[in-house]
Design a protein around this ligand. Sequence first.
Ligand code: SF4
Length: 497
Amino acid sequence: MKLSKTNYLIYRGCGKNAWVRIHRPDIFKKYPLSAFEEGIIETGNEVDILARQLFPGGVFVEDRYDFEYTKKLVEEKNLVIYQPVFETEKYQIACDIVVWNKDTEKYDLYEVKASNSGEDKKKKDELYTQDIAFQYIVLKDSGVPIGKLYLTRLNVEYVRNGDLNINEFFTKEDFTERVLENEDLVREEMQMAYDYLFQEDEPAGHCDCITKGRNGHCTTFEYSNPDVPKYSVHDISRIGLSKRKLEELIDSGIYDILDVPEDMKLSDKQLNQIEVARSREDIIEREEIQSFLDTIEYPIAFFDYETFPSAIPRFDGYSPYNQIPFQFSVHVLDKPKGELTHEEFIYTGEGNPDVPVIEALQKLIPGKGSVIVWYKSFEMSRNKELGKRNPAFETFLSSLNDRIIDLEDPFKDQFYVHPEFKGKTSIKYILPALVPELSYKELDIQEGGTASNTWNRIVTGEYSEEEAGRQIKNLLKYCELDTFAMVEIFKFLQRVV
Ligand code: SF4
C-alpha cells in the first residue's frame, strides 16, 4: 500500500473523497467522467507531451510502475528523462521531466501544469508547492541527487503568431525555495494522509461538505450523507456563501428544504425559492415580465455559439485557453406571431474558423432587431475576442453586442419562479419546467462540454469520415435545440403576461 501523489492531493482537498477513491472504487467511479473532466485530462496529456519539446531527446518511461528501469536511467545519468517513476517504503510518484544539470551534478525537476500562469495564482501556487514538495521528498528519500525544482505552465500573455514558440508559450518558475520552506510541513501531512487513507474502517459520519453549498459537493456526497434528501438546504441559491446559516440549519438537524424555519433570515430570492418549493405554485411578476419583453425588438434573432477552449493556441491571434467559436445556430422570428426560420453554421475545416464564422454571422443574422441569448457575457465575450483578432469586423461585432438581450435575466431577477427551477437559472433547468415537451434527453449530445470535445475530435481527425458526418449532425441538432428552447421560453413568457 503506497500513497501516490494523486491520492495525496485529493486528500488535501478532501480526505473522505480520497478514502472512497482508494477503498470504494465502485462508489467513486459510479458516475462516468463528465465531458468537461475528460477534456481536462486530454488537455493535460497534450500539454505534457508538448512540454517535452523544451528538453528534446529524452528517454520516456512508459510503464508507470517500472521503478527499476528509472533507477537504471538515473544511475546512468541520462540527460533527460520523461515521466520517471520513484518510490519509497510508503510513497510513489511519476514526475513529468527530470533534467541532468552538469554544473551541479544533480537532476532538476520540471513539473508541467496545463494551467494559465495568471489564473487564480495564489491558491494554485500553494497547491503546486505541495505537489512539488511531495515529489521532492520522495526523490530525496530514494537517493536521487536533486537540484532545482521548477514549475512549467502556460504563459497567459503568449499570443500565437506563426509557428508555436515553445519557449515563449511555457513559463519556467523556480519553486525551489518555497518547496524547501514547506518540506517539514508536507512531510508531516504526508504521514497524516497515509495513516488516514490506509485505515481499514471507513471514516464515520457526514463528510465535510455537509456544511457547503451544492456546487462544492463531489459525486460521492450522496453516498457519504445518505440521510440528506436530493433537494436539500444545500440547494438554496447562494447558500454556500452564507456558511454560518447553512451550519445553523445542519446543527439543528434540518436537511430538507421544506423544513427551513419560516423566521430564518434569508435573502428575498432564497425565500422565494423555498416558498415555491412548499406551495408548489409559481411566482409570476407579470408587470416586470412585460417590461422585459417590451425591450425586445423584431425581427428577433435567438442566437447561440458553440466553442472549444484550446489550451494550446492553434491559430494566429490566439492565447492559451482562448475559446474557438466553431458553430452557431440562429432562429429568427420576423414579427409578432410571424414566421420562425432557422439558420446554422459549423466549421469543420483545418484552418482558423474566425473569418468563416464572422462572414456567416453577417449573412444569417438580420441587420436589425434584438439578438437574444442565454447568459450574455459568454456570447458577448466571444464577439469581443473575434473583433480583437479580426479588426476589419470589429464594428460589425460590436454592433451585434449592442443588440444582445439576455433571456436568462427575467429568471435571474425572479420575475418567474417555478418549483422545478430549484434555485437555478440555467436553461437546462428552466426548459424542462416551462416546456416539458422539449428535451435534450433524446439527443446524442446533451451539453456544451460534449459538443466542444466532439468538434475537437472531428477536426483533429479522430473519427472516420462516416463517424465525423454523424457527429456533425449531432452537433447541429444540439445547437439548434439551444436556440429553439429560447424561442419556446420567450413564447411562454409572452403567454403568461
Ligand atoms: S462531498 Fe465534499 S466532503 Fe464529501 S467526499 Fe465529496 S468533496 Fe469530500
